[in-house]
Design a binder for this molecule. Structure first.
Ligand SMILES: Nc1ncnc2c1ncn2[C@@H]1O[C@H](COP(=O)(O)OP(=O)(O)OP(=O)(O)O)[C@@H](O)[C@H]1O
Length: 648
């Protein structure tokens, strides 16, 4: 989708008569339809102009003096043009009409001087305006991005990524139009109107009155368009988001698309959104064009009125040709700012549609926040690693059912606790609570006996390493991927971690070794190799608590075996919680917790649970044949009655 320049020129152009500017294409590519809006995940709350400005104006702090300076430049430029027109009138009457060359030089020099001064001020003002506008965009985007990063996982599950991306790009630009460029344009247009109207009145107040009597027609034309433009813009913003989402999802799922021959479905999805967007876009273009043409006719009406009146006045000897031309020039200069003011209404209207969408993000509350200083419990920066959940109840925000019910467990350093159970039992939710992505509705989660909501978030998360199901990869070098999350890491530290994770050999074989750039979805590394990069990252992080969420998912037998050694080394001496369906990993856990529909239904060692013949035994016996081995390192594992399924 195309984008219009962020900062529209706030200053009048030099020259005797500006041509009418088309209304800014503020929709920067237009709209869409109701179906698409319904598809939009976040329900947009209606926000008015005042609230938009009130919420976003504080972001101009630090740049307000520059905005004032831009407005001053605009005033000086308008003044320069006023003087230039008056000099032009003098030249017409004294030099041209009388054919006097001597009457030419002084006014010509003055005109040139004024034009140069106006040009310099115009250049400075426009450059400064662009700089200020871009700084605002940067600041706003950073603010929204920072806020997004605090939002809980369910926010991202419920909102399409592409739409969020669109909000951070297109909608951010729209707000800038409202807050910075809009303000500068308003000041420019207002002072333009004051100077040119003042000069026209000064020349001939009676003719000026007649001409200005037509001005309200411009306002009426603008007002008639405002409502529709807002509706169209709102849909346009959502359409932009929907298209970005479809494209983004299409790229992420390209393998699925090809494997399942879904190319035509994907193309149809994009076509559907694009059709909606096209219709809205055309509607918007039509509205803008209609507005433009109506204004054009109104302007012609005014110019004809001036020429008619001027001819009358000149024939009666009450006016010179120079005065008439100057008057016509002032009126010609006057209409663009009047129209700009009207157009500004449309721009503002369109921009508030964007601000509604951004405020949806900014008003979304993080599920957890840092505790108030008064309740923070002072604890050593590195925890010992004792983890405890005490009678925890939890329901996802907006969810209807409790996902965890009266759940308790504890684990101490050196201990390996495996959490298993059927799909949807709440295992990963427990990891989310331990990392404090959410707070339980009742009960507490503790680290070294301290409720996690009384520890600074950064401190808590520094002490827990999560290895999620899918290895998270940064678009960066292998070295940076391993060092991620740790400051002051040397190359030697990274190499040692890679060695401990059995990753050294394949990293050395990469084209640029540790400097090889990898990216999410990379094909340079296999799933098992990526997992070992993640293990190296966890080694380096060296947190006392380790949570492994399905560490062997997606890996074949050989790849699984290759990560077991590194996992053992990683788990040694830490509190390790393994969430898994792979009961080979459970075989030598110190304790296995079996969750079912949010409840802890069984707890014990592998042998005890098999003997119990409950859910664990059922899961174990329906589990595919053994392939792996176990993670635990110490104490040495006793063979289990059912036969040793470990590869050691
Ligand atoms: N963001 C969310 N909002 C609402 N419900 C959710 C959310 N995330 C998970 N759930 C629900 O919570 C329940 C537990 O999910 P969880 O992912 O913890 O299960 P799990 O035991 O880890 O499953 P699996 O083994 O399939 O990964 C499920 O019913 C799931 O649909």
């Amino acid at each position: 989708m195309s984008r219009e320049p962020v900062a529209a020129s706030p200053l009048p152009a030099a020259g005797p008569r500006r041509t009418a500017q088309p209304p800014p294409d503020t929709g920067r590519d237009r709209v869409l339809r109701a179906g698409l809006v319904a598809d939009a995940p976040i329900r947009t709350r209606r926000v008015g102009f005042k609230e938009s400005v009130r919420r976003f104006w504080p972001l101009t702090r630090g740049d307000r003096r520059w905005i004032v300076l831009v407005c001053l430049c605009a005033i000086v430029a308008a003044l320069a043009e006023t003087v230039a027109i008056l000099v032009f009138a003098e030249l017409t009457d004294n030099a041209l009409q009388k054919g006097s060359v001597s009457a030419f030089w002084a006014p010509a020099a003055l005109w040139l001087g004024v034009a140069v001064a106006g040009g310099v001020v115009g250049y400075l003002g426009n450059s400064l305006a662009a700089w200020t506008a871009e700084r605002f965009v940067m600041r706003l985007r950073a603010r929204v991005f920072a806020h997004l990063q605090k939002l809980p996982p369910h926010f991202f599950q419920r909102n399409r990524r592409g739409d969020l991306v669109e909000r951070l790009t297109g909608d951010v630009d729209a707000i800038e139009q409202l807050v910075v460029t809009g303000l500068v344009q308003a000041a420019t247009a207002t002072f333009g109107v004051i100077f040119y109207a003042g000069a026209a009145f000064w020349l001939r107040w009676d003719m000026a009155l007649v001409t200005f009597a037509l001005a309200p027609l411009f306002w009426i034309a603008t007002r008639r368009f405002t409502g529709r433009v807002k509706e169209v813009s709102r849909r346009e913003r959502a359409a932009d988001g929907a298209i970005t989402s479809v494209v983004e999802e299409g790229l992420v799922n390209v393998v699925l698309t090809q494997a399942y021959n879904r190319q035509r479905d994907e193309q149809e999805r994009l076509r559907r959104e694009a059709r909606s967007w096209l219709r809205a876009s055309v509607t918007s273009a039509r509205l803008n064009e209609l507005y433009e043409q109506i204004v054009e006719v109104l302007e012609t009406l005014c110019v004809l009125a001036i020429i008619g009146l001027g001819a009358w006045e000149i024939s009666a000897g009450r006016m010179t040709l120079g005065q008439l031309l100057a008057f016509a020039a002032f009126v010609g200069y006057l209409y663009p700012p009047i129209r700009d003011l009207g157009q500004l209404g449309l721009t503002v209207t369109e921009a508030t549609a964007g601000s509604e969408r951004l405020l949806e993000i900014l008003d979304a509350r993080p599920a957890v926040t840092d505790p108030e200083p008064a309740v923070v419990v002072r604890a050593p920066s590195r925890a010992v690693g004792a983890v405890e959940a005490c009678r925890v109840h939890f329901r996802y925000p907006g969810g209807t059912e409790e996902v965890l019910k009266d759940f308790s467990f504890s684990a101490v350093p050196g201990e390996l606790v495996v959490i298993t159970g059927p799909s949807g039992a709440g295992k990963s939710t427990l990891a989310a609570l331990l990392l404090r992505f959410y707070d339980p509705d009742a009960g507490s989660i503790r680290l070294d006996g301290i409720p996690v909501n009384r520890l600074p978030l950064a401190q808590l998360r520094r002490n827990i390493t999560l290895l999620p199901q899918e290895t998270l990869v940064l678009h960066d070098t292998v070295e940076e991927n391993i060092a991620c999350g740790r400051d002051n890491v040397t190359h030697g530290d990274v190499v040692r971690a890679a060695r401990a994770a059995d990753a050294e050999v394949f990293i050395a074989a990469l084209p640029d070794g540790y400097d090889t750039v990898i990216a999410p979805g990379t094909s340079r590394l296999s799933g098992g190799q990526l997992q070992r990069v993640a293990i190296a990252r966890a080694m380096l992080r060296d947190a006392p608590v380790l949570i492994l969420d399905e560490p062997t998912t997606g890996l074949d037998t050989l790849a699984t075996q290759r990560i077991l050694g590194p996992l053992r080394r990683l788990a040694a001496g830490r509190t390790t919680i393994v969430i898994t369906h792979d009961l080979d990993l459970a075989a030598d856990a110190d304790r296995i917790l079996v969750l079912d529909r949010g409840r802890l239904v069984e707890s014990g060692t592998h042998a005890q649970l098999l003997a119990h013949r409950g859910l664990y035994a059922t899961l174990f016996h329906t589990h595919p044949p053994s392939h792996n081995g176990a993670v635990h390192t110490s104490p040495p594992v006793r063979p289990v009655a059912d036969g040793d399924r470990r590869l050691r």
